[in-house]
Design a binder for this molecule. Structure first.
Ligand code: ADP
Ligand code: ADP
Length: 233
């Protein structure tokens, strides 16, 4: 069964129908790429899955259970971690502090960790993920956009996310940085997560995705798996 399953989900803002009848399954070990032009409903979809908005019709199930999230915390506690393009991390805080940010409250064992232990774990985990940050005391705002995305992804994996939702993670990046981030998206999939990769960039989607969903004016215009695509005529 899908980890997250939207069935005929609708969402409107007043009389603007941002999503209509959207059916979409996110499965463990898959990278589901959600493509679509501005206004297609991508942000609205993210907000519903990550607990920022409720939906008006249809059903969203998480692990087979119908859910209406009333806060981002609820989504996170259900294993859905969202990494936003600009707000992935707190820019003025150190790298190691960011690694634990947002998790110390609910994850029992982590709140009792002392500073030295948190620094050691952040260092070990980032190294294990192949992210080399020489100085974990430096503010995250000093790092490149690609490094920040990678730290946010590593953090979600370490804290046990089941689904990783990525909001245009490569949109602001150049070719090299995009390549690095795409590599971490694959790592997250290999770690067993279901990944939702929201992007404008069909090339980036095709490089890593195996499941492609195109939204058009709030509806699903295409839902296909890589195995079903033939490039020959
Ligand atoms: P995308 O992220 O693909 O650009 P959005 O989900 O942001 O699409 O928008 C889908 C539709 O919903 C658009 O028509 C947009 O104008 C509208 N919309 C989005 N957010 C709001 C809002 N808070 N209030 C009113 N309309 C909104
Ligand atoms: P939220 O929906 O997150 O509670 P808002 O409704 O203020 O907060 O807006 C959410 C996002 O949607 C913001 O980025 C905002 O700029 C955008 N937005 C708001 N109204 C519209 C609209 N009519 N069309 C497109 N985007 C909108």
């Amino acid at each position: 069964t899908p980890i997250v399953h939207l069935e005929n989900v609708g969402k409107s803002y007043g009389n603007v129908h941002a999503l209509r009848d959207v059916t979409l399954a996110v499965r463990q070990g898959e990278i589901t790429c959600v493509l679509g032009d501005n206004g297609a409903g991508k942000s609205t979809l993210i907000k519903i899955v990550s607990g920022l908005h409720d939906y008006n019709s249809g059903t969203m199930s998480v692990n087979g259970q119908a859910r209406h999230f009333s806060s981002p915390r609820e989504a996170l506690d259900s294993g859905i971690a969202t990494v936003y393009q600009d707000l992935a991390l707190a820019p003025l805080m150190s790298v190691w502090r960011n690694f634990f940010l947002g998790n110390e409250v609910t994850k029992g064992p982590f709140k009792v960790l002392d500073t030295a232990t948190m620094k050691r774990i952040a260092d070990e985990e980032l190294t294990k993920m192949g992210i080399s940050i020489p100085n974990l005391e430096q503010p995250v705002g000093m790092l490149s956009g690609g490094q920040r995305q990678c730290i946010a992804i590593a953090r979600a994996i370490y804290f046990g996310a089941k689904v990783l939702v990525l909001d245009e993670p490569t949109a602001a990046l150049g070719v090299n940085q995009s390549g690095v981030v795409l590599k971490y998206i694959v790592k997250a999939r290999d770690a067993g997560l279901g990944v939702v990769f929201i992007t404008h960039n069909p090339h980036h989607a095709y490089l890593v995705g195996n499941h492609f969903v195109v939204l058009k004016l709030g509806r699903v215009a295409l839902d296909t798996h890589r195995a079903d695509i033939t490039l020959e005529q």
